[in-house]
Write a protein that binds this ligand. Structure first.
Ligand SMILES: NC(=O)c1ccc[n+]([C@@H]2O[C@H](COP(=O)([O-])OP(=O)(O)OC[C@H]3O[C@@H](n4cnc5c(N)ncnc54)[C@H](OP(=O)(O)O)[C@@H]3O)[C@@H](O)[C@H]2O)c1
Length: 331
């Protein structure tokens, strides 16, 4: 059994994490042993290793916030989920491990026949994409939304959710080579970021009013997005991929009345009722299980190769997510 553990934080994320062997744990009352099937490496995980994320777990810690596993063994007095059942791993439990101990009562069963790699990504990015499209601006079919880092996991889910609602998307990326795959995935407009972004967007949309902008980057990219928006529009920042504070020109704020807001899924969890959470996750799980909602995957790695996996996940220019998989995934 292996876990990807870090004792310190530092600027090079792959330097602080390593695969550490551990003995099979003794299960207490109500606990189960889970075999990890799949667990992604998200930007927030990398930022947790480098120490720049908004909340940091005490050290030492095992990496990974989300994923899916399979019940391998029951502890005393456990009646379910059954051995062999695929389950969602509890959020923040340290999912980058071949085996995880969890309370049976914390586990949510998932369809055994669905792709575990896609299921492993349901907890964080799909609800983020869905909520950013619904919580800030009352968008109607035919309305436009613009997002940067559009080839990210969140970006790809957002394109799918927008299509389902008849909302048109402008997708800002850093590479020309992404225009074709994003268009094939349902993007209405794909543009490469740059100082002429507002002009390019105006031309591509025929001067459409865009009332919602979605920014994962920060820095000057925030202002380039602001400049594409209609007067009175809302710009939502939800990521800091550039590592820079959001820059928004007074021209956008004062003269064009652009409002900058923030979104953090953890805050939504604190305010949403259990019924609202179940409704959103039920919808997302159903869409993922039936293949209607997915994110591209760049590469998969086993826990023993955590250093390489984290290095690849932390680098730009990927074709999708980096996902850790268990020994039996794909069986
Ligand atoms: N606030 C929340 O609740 C919440 C929830 C989920 C995710 N997030 C945030 O959402 C963002 C996307 O997450 P994800 O898991 O979807 O990402 P991902 O699939 O791992 O993709 C990373 C994306 O970031 C882009 N990127 C990296 N560095 C960049 C830079 N300096 N400038 C511009 N683009 C850059 C990459 O573009 P290239 O392909 O060109 O390298 C790629 O599009 C992250 O910032 C994450 O922390 C926030």
């Amino acid at each position: 059994m292996l876990k990807a553990e870090y004792q310190t934080r530092g600027p090079v994320p792959q330097d602080v994490i390593e695969a550490v062997p551990f003995d099979k744990p003794q299960l207490a009352e109500g606990e189960v042993l889970l075999e990890m099937l799949a667990a992604p490496i998200n930007p927030s995980d990398v930022m947790t290793l480098t120490g720049i994320y908004g909340i940091l777990p005490p050290l030492p810690a095992v990496g990974g916030n989300e994923g899916v596993g399979r019940v391998a063994e029951h502890g005393p007095n456990v009646t379910g989920p059954d051995i062999g059942q695929t389950v969602l791993l509890p959020v923040g439990c340290g999912t980058w491990a071949t085996h995880i101990v969890a309370k049976a009562s914390d586990l949510i069963p998932l369809p055994n026949e669905a792709d575990p790699i896609q299921l492993a990504m349901v907890t964080i990015n799909p609800p983020t994409a869905s909520l950013m499209l619904s919580e800030f601006v009352d968008l109607q079919p035919g309305d436009w939304v613009i997002q940067n880092a559009a080839n990210s996991g969140v970006g790809s889910y957002l394109i799918t959710f927008a299509n389902m609602r008849g909302i048109k998307t402008v997708n800002v990326v850093r590479r020309e080579s992404l225009v074709e795959p994003l268009t094939a995935a349902g993007a209405d407009v794909v543009v490469v970021d740059g100082d002429d972004l507002a002009d390019k967007v105006k031309e591509a949309t025929g001067g459409a009013d865009i009332r919602l902008g979605i920014d994962a980057v920060g820095g000057a990219a925030t202002d380039r997005l602001a400049a594409t928006l209609a007067e009175g529009a809302t710009l939502v920042n939800y990521g800091a991929l550039s590592g820079e504070p959001c820059h928004v020109s007074p021209i956008s704020i004062i003269f064009r009345d652009i409002t900058l807001r923030g979104f953090w899924l953890a805050k939504w969890f604190n305010s949403a009722t259990p019924e609202q959470q179940q409704a959103l996750y039920g919808k997302i799980t159903g869409l993922v299980a039936t293949g209607k909602l997915s994110a591209p995957v760049h590469a998969t790695y086993q826990v023993e190769d955590i250093k390489e996996a984290v290095a690849v996940a932390a680098a730009g220019g990927r074709d999708g997510k980096v996902v850790l998989v268990g020994d039996s995934t794909g069986d």
